[in-house]
Design a protein around this ligand. Structure first.
Ligand SMILES: O=P(O)(O)OC[C@H]1O[C@@H](O)[C@H](O)[C@@H](O)[C@@H]1O
Length: 286
């Protein structure tokens, strides 16, 4: 038995996965992976001890899903930042054990009169999660309507680090980025060397390669990220002042995580034709 269904924090439905390779906690609410712990290793993901576990609120940590838009409402209608999937109940669609000892859980949401009132497009959104030696994620958008629609999106992953001051993000050297912590609409800047974080960092990297790494000198480990379907990636750490203003973070939590997000953001807008699907994938290994 690799899967146990439990009432998790706040009574939210969660799936615990435990197999020969790893343990994981997956919240059906928000379609969100909260923990991925390869056997013998520390958790790859960070979740705030002050996270909210309540309908209508986003859980601070793990792998929140931003969909069908990343960041502010693209139409300026006052709808919530990062879309409306990270704060609603999803459904369990499928679970299976695979021949290589990994376990797959598929969660999903289909459009309903309620979602159509927020965003007028028919869809079927699936989050495919495979827990094995690595954590494999696929966010699959199917257009079930009769006209194309566009989306931006993110796997807004909070990676656990031992100490942000001893952490660098590699793989984005030489790429251009939009600096949201300065003037996100200004000219792009070029990444010079590995990214080290010593103040607020909120950047959309453009034209990114398929691999990045988080090199953690405190935990003495490297987390590798391999992605597909994205031309952009976001690196975010709020640093002290913004973290202190977030009720669902402890003041010093900013030292314990970095978000390296696989995204379709900024001008990386995806058009999904009627009847077709789009896959955004990421794989994490340590
Ligand atoms: O606090 P939220 O809504 O979860 O967003 C967190 C951050 O998410 C990042 O992806 C954005 O680039 C930041 O601008 C934002 O502050």
């Amino acid at each position: 038995m690799t899967i146990t269904r439990v009432a998790g924090n706040g009574g939210l439905p969660m799936i615990n996965v435990s197999n020969d390779h790893a343990d994981a906690v997956i919240s059906v609410y928000a379609g969100q992976v909260l923990s991925f712990t390869p056997k013998g290793a520390a958790d790859v993901l960070f979740v705030s001890d002050k996270a909210y576990y309540a309908e209508g609120k986003a859980i601070k940590g793990g792998v929140p899903i931003c969909w069908p838009w990343f960041g502010a409402d693209p139409e300026g209608k006052g709808r919530p930042a990062h879309g409306f999937m990270r704060n609603r109940m999803w459904s369990e669609w499928e679970t299976r054990d695979n021949a290589d000892g990994s376990t797959t859980v598929i969660l999903g949401v289909e459009s309903s009169p309620e979602t159509l009132a927020i965003w007028p497009n028919a869809f079927r959104l699936a989050m495919e999660i495979t827990v094995g030696k690595t954590l494999q994620l696929a966010l699959v958008t199917r257009n079930t309507g009769d006209a194309a629609f566009t989306i931006t999106q993110a796997l807004h992953t909070y990676f656990a680090v031992g100490d942000i001051a001893q952490t660098t993000v590699t793989g984005l050297e030489g790429t251009q980025y939009l600096d949201k912590a300065a003037d996100g609409n200004g000219a792009t800047k070029q990444q010079d060397g590995a990214i080290s974080i010593a103040s607020e960092v909120d950047r959309i990297y453009l034209g990114v390669p398929a691999e990045q790494a988080i090199v953690d000198g405190a935990l003495n480990r490297t987390i590798r990220i391999t992605s597909s379907g994205n031309k952009t990636a976001v690196v975010w750490n709020p640093w002290a002042k913004i973290a202190a203003g977030m009720a669902d973070l402890q003041d010093d939590d900013y030292t314990r995580f970095v978000c390296v997000e696989t995204t379709n953001a900024a001008d990386d807008v995806v058009s999904v034709a009627a009847g077709s699907e789009f896959r955004l994938t990421a794989e994490y290994s340590v």
